[in-house]
Design a protein. Structure first.
Length: 484
């Protein structure tokens, strides 16, 4: 079985791009992988770093640098460009610059020079373009890894991917990079916490500029951690000193400017539509977005994306207090940044995609996370417990969809959020552990089918191997082929 994977959402550049601000000139992507400002810089977790992560949930090591992706035999990855938001810093938090700097550096592992740059940033869009250019610098440049020649290529369409796959040989490998953008603030909104500052004409001009990039992003995550003047966001930060900076716009709906941006992104003139990723949107914004699609685009059935997501086990946004599948209710984190069963059904009916996020804070209830950490002196058995957190996401989605007489294995995929500000599932530290995840998911799938096969609709009775292949590669590949 092929144990490689396609990642719908990750941040290979967040750490090295941030480190590049320490050097002159800044924003340089070093070809030398020994340099920390190289996207090829490989720094897997050592024993101490794993211990620190277990103790303090800090991820100081690299997870999806290009060398790690090469070692995992990754052929396709969707990367998220992300202008780091100013509101992680500043006097609004505590009034002492050093405290917030330490907190953010511990959480995200970025340089002081980058933090100073973020704090003084007055144009998120310029930062977005700079990160895009950071990738362009080593586009198609050669790197030798374990005796093989690797390059990464930023692609412009699925046809590019097909062409690149035919060019691969035993000794020459290509990693296909598809762009996405995390946060509508990227169009230069939400710069000031206490008031609106967005210039409508500038924002729409920036949207058009992105739509005209040579390497067009496949989708944009409309919301992120802080209010962006486009739509409300869900609570995503747990650090108490930073949480109150999220309060403005929390759980609000879509603004007038937000609707204009959405319409412009979804406009398909010249085939340049940019899909909307609903992760981080508040429940009010998600409800408004679904209503907007029903009113404006019902005939087109635009795909709904949740790029790095998890289930919450609840029935729907409207019936938030109603439990979905009863025997699953204790599995999941009951938070509204996670997704309701009715949303899973909507994603499936739209031929959308659901990337399962490998973050302990999202993927399971506190009880199940704690259960997964009970020590077993056997590495494979321990990995089986960790992978159960992911498998439960897969099977919950399947049972929700099967109950609706829908194909139930068609939307689940991986959206790790590796190298974002995540606390990875212990044991599934980096992309190199995805092989272990696939192998253990296969065992879970076999166990599940041996007990539940006859409970599924006949058209959903596929093999365990097929289920895992769909989650790891095939569903994402089909989604990209249909929409890129």
């Amino acid at each position: 079985m092929d144990t490689s994977y396609i990642d719908l959402h990750c941040h290979p550049s967040l750490k090295p791009y941030s480190k590049s601000f320490k050097y002159k000139p800044t924003k340089q992507n070093a070809l030398d992988p020994n340099r920390k400002n190289s996207i090829w810089h490989y720094s897997p977790p050592n024993f101490l770093e794993k211990f620190v992560n277990r103790l303090f949930t800090l991820t100081k090591f690299t997870q999806t640098d290009l060398t790690t992706l090469a070692k995992t035999k990754t052929k396709i990855v969707i990367i998220a460009l992300y202008p780091f938001e100013k509101h992680f810093f500043g006097k609004e938090v505590i009034g002492i610059k050093g405290v917030t700097d330490v907190l953010v550096n511990l959480a995200a592992s970025i340089s002081q020079s980058r933090m100073d740059n973020i704090r003084s940033n007055e144009n998120y869009f310029e930062d977005l373009v700079d990160e895009y250019n950071y990738y362009l610098q080593l586009h198609n440049q050669v790197q030798k890894i374990e005796g093989k020649i690797y390059t990464y290529r930023i692609v412009t369409s699925f046809q590019d991917i097909e062409a690149n796959l035919t060019q691969e040989t035993e000794s020459k490998k290509i990693i296909n990079i598809i762009l996405s953008i995390e946060g509508g603030h990227s169009f230069n909104t939400g710069l000031v916490m206490a008031k609106n500052t967005a210039n409508k004409n500038e924002v729409l001009k920036n949207v058009l500029a992105v739509k005209n990039w040579k390497h067009r992003p496949l989708f944009l995550t409309l919301a992120h951690h802080f209010y962006n003047e486009l739509c409300g966001h869900a609570r995503s930060i747990s650090i108490s000193l930073l949480k109150k900076n999220q309060n403005r716009g929390l759980n609000s709906g879509i603004t007038e400017l937000g609707y204009e941006v959405i319409e412009l992104l979804l406009d398909n003139m010249e085939g340049k539509r940019k899909l909307i990723d609903i992760k981080h949107m508040s429940t009010a914004s998600r409800k408004a977005y679904y209503k907007f699609l029903d009113a404006k685009y019902a005939a087109e059935n635009i795909p709904i994306i949740a790029s790095h997501a998890a289930c919450n086990g609840k029935h729907s946004i409207v019936q938030w207090d109603k439990v979905g599948i009863i025997n699953h209710r204790e599995w999941f984190a009951d938070i509204d940044i996670n997704f309701y069963d009715s949303e899973l059904i909507r994603i499936a009916k739209s031929n959308g995609i659901f990337g399962i996020q490998l973050d302990e804070r999202r993927i399971g209830s506190k009880k199940e996370i704690n259960n997964s950490k009970v020590y077993i002196p056997n590495k494979r058995k321990q990995l089986k417990k960790k992978s159960l957190l992911v498998w439960r996401q897969v099977v919950h989605i399947a049972e929700v969809l099967d109950e609706q007489n829908l194909f139930c294995w068609g939307i689940q995929s991986i959206g790790s959020d590796f190298d974002g500000i995540v606390n990875p599932i212990n044991g599934l530290w980096t992309a190199e552990n995805m092989k272990d995840l696939a192998e253990e998911m296969l065992n879970h799938a076999k166990d599940y089918l041996s007990n539940n096969l006859n409970n599924l609709n006949e058209f959903n009775r596929i093999s365990a191997e097929s289920i895992v292949a769909r989650v790891m590669i095939e569903n994402a590949m089909l989604f990209i082929k249909r929409n890129y």
